[in-house]
Design a protein around this ligand. Structure first.
Ligand code: F6R
Length: 604
């Protein structure tokens, strides 16, 4: 959350910083701000709104500057609260991502200073200025980082000093140098155009770039020692992030799913043999006695689907935990526990904290991640990358289905090592998996069947999503998609739970979306549909082609091709993504940047 981009070098920097911030806008888009170092001092530009809305901005002669795109944590969305923040003498300017938990306490150190904003960030420039009464700019920053509690990444500039200083503890920051130009950013993607190598800054580290000597120094502020750091290569072929002719990124990303699934399959499967490109010993899968999956949001839903697969095919006990709960729960873990951490961004603060907690307790962590070079891929013992390419729409779609695919491959791999499935069984499952992209293409090509449903229900205020077995998590995902992009209240439930509460909500105005495919629960779900119809509820069903019974019962049916029960979530989720998309579009919502959300949740 919040994007930081900073530059120091030979070019005029305003355009460079705006370009950097635009590529970071997925991290927060309440307001933006830039501080530029000129011959006459610091020029500050701040505005409420999205950085992508900048059309015309007056050029400034500056070759060092810092920029920020905000997702508000402390203090409402306003120009005053937007970053960069400064000290009372307007000498130090800081952009920050994270939360300074002890900001209020630290104010005692700068008594007499007047705080103009409601942010936790403002304490940083005020403290740097305070220590600068006796220390140099870098020495003052070292003192400040030693006092801060919470997660942070920040960059600071000084009106009277040419150096650019960044520090990290818990929130991401990377840097790169290309000739005499130095860049700092919240993510690698925004640096790709400048270099294919980067300085990966770890928690507890700080960098000082000197534009006069063109040199960068690193410091470990936990151990209080200078450290050496070299740039490391990273994968710049991660994918393009053009919107193409699509109205929204989300629609493009829904439509891309078959292709991304094929790529993820081809990278990991060779001639029906699953080969992951990581360093975990196969024996690990033999020796462990339990899997704990940790994730947040949509990634957590992928974990819930995998729980069904791992338990039924690999016969291993699985727990699926919200990373935010897991990290504070004192979980019982051992060397025999495998943690599977799932994250699209690889930067989710709660998931990172959960991984660290697990490793402290001796557990190995295998992560499933979409972003090469991200924090989660670097702190985990091993990572399998989803090949979804950059996901720009805040609502996760293609990352989810590629996560499912990797989780299914892990399940088969597990089952093979534990001698629970024969080669023939595995080949059979893989053949079915390889057919999914074509079947998904069919679902997408019939997207038009969703339009009349959208037209009749886009004004609804509530919706219920029900499914069973592997499709219960898909019901949760359908509800999450609808609420996050259309702001309609929606709940997902296991279909049989309806009778234990949600049935009270059913009336002639409320749509209930049933996932009712021909699996072992088919008859039971049909009964649940009858129960809704008996109470005059509206039923929208996702069902298999040629299902004649459902067409007589439901008000609307979205038909999908048949696959084996285990793999049905790949096909049932797509109509729900499209339904949410079309409803949100009809309501005129800002689909790719829904209110209050951000793509990368780097605060607790
Ligand atoms: C929902 C959504 C979020 C994320 C969650 C975890 O569409 O995108 O719920 O799934 O914030 O993010 P990652 O997967 O990046 O850890």
């Amino acid at each position: 959350m919040c994007g930081i981009f900073a530059y120091s070098g030979e070019e005029k920097c305003l355009g460079i910083i705006i370009t950097g911030l635009k590529s970071l806008e997925y991290r927060g888009y309440d307001s933006w701000g830039i501080a530029l170092k000129t011959n006459k001092g610091i020029t500050l530009k701040k505005k409420v709104g999205k950085v992508s809305e900048i059309v015309d901005i007056r050029e400034v002669q500056a070759r060092t500057g810092i920029g920020h795109t905000r997702w508000a944590t402390h203090g409402k969305v306003s120009v005053v609260n937007s970053h960069p923040h400064t000290d009372s003498a307007k000498k130090i300017y800081v952009v920050h991502n994270g939360i300074i938990e002890n900001a209020e306490e630290l104010k005692d150190l700068v008594q007499g200073d007047v705080f103009y904003s409601k942010t936790d960030t403002e304490i940083i420039p005020k403290l740097i200025a305070h220590f600068q009464k006796t220390d140099t700019f870098p020495e003052a920053v070292k003192k400040v980082v030693g006092l801060l509690k919470g997660n942070f990444a920040f960059v600071a500039i000084d009106r009277d000093d040419d150096q650019l200083i960044a520090a990290r503890n818990g929130s991401p920051i990377v840097a790169t140098q290309s000739g005499n130009n130095f860049y700092i950013s919240s993510d690698l993607q925004s640096l790709i155009q400048y270099s294919d190598r980067a300085y990966f800054i770890n928690d507890g580290e700080m960098l000082v770039y000197n534009p006069v000597t063109k040199s960068v120094e690193f410091y470990d502020f936990i151990k209080k020692v200078s450290i050496k750091k070299k740039t490391q290569p990273y994968d710049i072929n991660y994918g393009n992030s053009d919107q193409g002719s699509y109205k929204h990124y989300m629609l493009k990303e829904i439509f891309e799913q078959p292709e991304k699934l094929s790529t993820t399959y081809n990278v990991n499967v060779n001639d029906f043999d699953i080969q992951f490109n990581y360093d975990l010993e196969p024996s690990l899968f033999k020796n462990i006695d339990r899997v704990v999956i940790i994730a947040c949001g949509t990634s957590w839903h992928a974990g819930l689907v995998a729980e069904y697969w791992l338990e039924s095919l690999a016969k291993i006990p699985v727990e699926v935990e919200y990373a935010s709960e897991f990290r504070y729960r004192n979980p019982v873990l051992s060397e025999k526990t495998l943690i599977i951490a799932i994250s699209q961004s690889g930067e989710t603060a709660d998931t990172i904290a959960g991984i660290k907690e697990a490793q402290k307790n001796g557990a190995q962590v295998l992560s499933i991640c979409n972003v090469p070079g991200s924090t989660i891929s670097r702190v985990s013992n091993a990572t399998v990358f989803t090949q979804a390419g950059p996901e720009i729409g805040v609502a996760s779609t293609k990352a989810f289905t590629t996560q499912l695919e990797v989780l299914f491959l892990i399940t088969l791999y597990f089952a093979k090592i534990r001698e629970l499935l024969s080669d023939k069984d595995i080949t059979n499952y893989l053949k079915n998996l390889a057919e999914i992209p074509d079947k998904m293409e069919k679902v997408i090509s019939q997207a038009a069947q969703i339009i009349p449903i959208m037209e009749s229900h886009y004004t609804t205020t509530n919706a219920l999503f029900l499914g069973r077995g592997v499709n219960y998590p898909i019901a949760l995902e359908g509800a999450l998609k609808l609420k996050e992009i259309s702001y309609i209240h929606a709940e997902g439930y296991p279909a049989a739970e309806m009778k234990h509460g949600p049935i009270a909500l059913i009336d002639r105005n409320m749509p209930t979306v049933f996932i009712c495919i021909k699996d072992q629960s088919y008859e039971k779900v049909l009964s649940n549909i009858q129960e809704v119809k008996a109470r005059d509820g509206i039923v929208i069903a996702v069902a298999n082609v040629n299902d004649k019974r459902i067409s007589k019962l439901a008000d609307y049916v979205i038909y999908i091709p048949i696959t084996i029960e285990e793999l049905s979530p790949f096909l049932t989720v797509v109509p729900l993504q499209l339904l949410a998309y079309y409803i949100a579009d009809r309501r005129g919502c800002d689909i790719d940047k829904p209110r209050n959300l951000a793509k990368s949740v780097t605060v607790e």
